[in-house]
Design a protein around this ligand. Structure first.
Ligand SMILES: C[S@@+](CC[C@H](N)C(=O)[O-])C[C@H]1O[C@@H](n2cnc3c(N)ncnc32)[C@H](O)[C@@H]1O
Length: 232
């Protein structure tokens, strides 16, 4: 796939997956109890080492090479911004700025979000802002369970509260993500097509430069759910 020639995910699926409601309901009803991996616990501790325990938190979930994390840290200098990705190679890829110019109110950690989201909730932490930017779409019909809203960890995402934004170049992903959020929170949210004159991430830049439409949902989840409660 060459630059500015990327494709919208091709899928036989045209709308919200027929099984999504059932899957989300099952995940809401049956808490996910996969044990935490040690490296995710260590990453969680590392993510909070430089935090003063007072600054509001921003999570850039699946931050890739971290350009969005840097931009968010600049835009919100009073926040502590955590960029999480499972790929060490992406996280350590050379940044477009010298280290000395990188904001100090941010940290990058290599972790699996499946554990990281739950570790945040277990610690009783709440997010002020939460970004899931261009998650892997998994467009095959049979891959619903690999999309974040079809995954057993999904209930922990709205539980973390704050203003949650998910962006994708695949309309179906955002329709489904919104549908699942509504099911988890019991209220409606609006998804929309949007323009990205100043792209926040490399994927966003590539999709924009390829002339693709971009879609997002921005949901104000308030304080999320109480730490001890079930996801809804
Ligand atoms: C399509 S890329 C988007 C990266 C970045 N947000 C952007 O827009 O440029 C999806 C990212 O999610 C990360 N990712 C996928 N599954 C993950 C998981 N379980 N835990 C942490 N990161 C994950 C991948 O490593 C990849 O960097």
């Amino acid at each position: 796939m060459s630059y500015a020639n990327s494709r919208i995910p091709a899928s036989a699926q045209v709308g919200v997956h027929d099984s999504l409601a059932r899957l989300v309901d099952r995940h809401l009803a049956e808490p996910f109890r996969k044990p935490y991996a040690d490296y995710n616990r260590a990453a969680f501790d590392a993510a909070l080492t430089g935090w003063d325990s007072r600054a509001p938190l921003i999570l850039d979930a699946g931050c890739g090479v971290g350009h969005s994390t840097i931009q968010l840290a600049r835009a919100y200098p009073g926040h502590w911004v955590i960029g999480v990705d499972q790929s060490e190679e992406r996280l350590t890829r050379r940044k477009p700025y010298p280290d000395a110019l990188l904001p100090r109110n941010m940290v990058f950690v290599r972790a699996d979000l499946v554990d990281f989201w739950r570790l945040l909730a277990d610690a009783g932490l709440r997010l002020d802002r939460h970004y899931i930017l261009y998650p892997n779409p998994w467009p095959k019909i049979g891959h619903l369970g690999r999309r974040w809203h079809g995954h057993p960890v999904f209930p922990w995402i709205p539980r973390l509260g704050g203003v949650l934004e998910c962006r994708s170049n695949w309309q179906v992903y955002i329709e489904e993500f919104t549908f699942a959020l509504e099911r988890a929170c019991g209220r409606s949210f609006a998804w929309a097509r949007f323009e990205a004159p100043s792209p926040l991430t490399p994927f966003e830049r590539k999709y924009r430069d390829s002339g693709q439409p971009l879609f997002h949902v921005v949901a104000d989840l308030g304080a999320g759910a109480p730490p001890s409660g079930e996801p809804r």
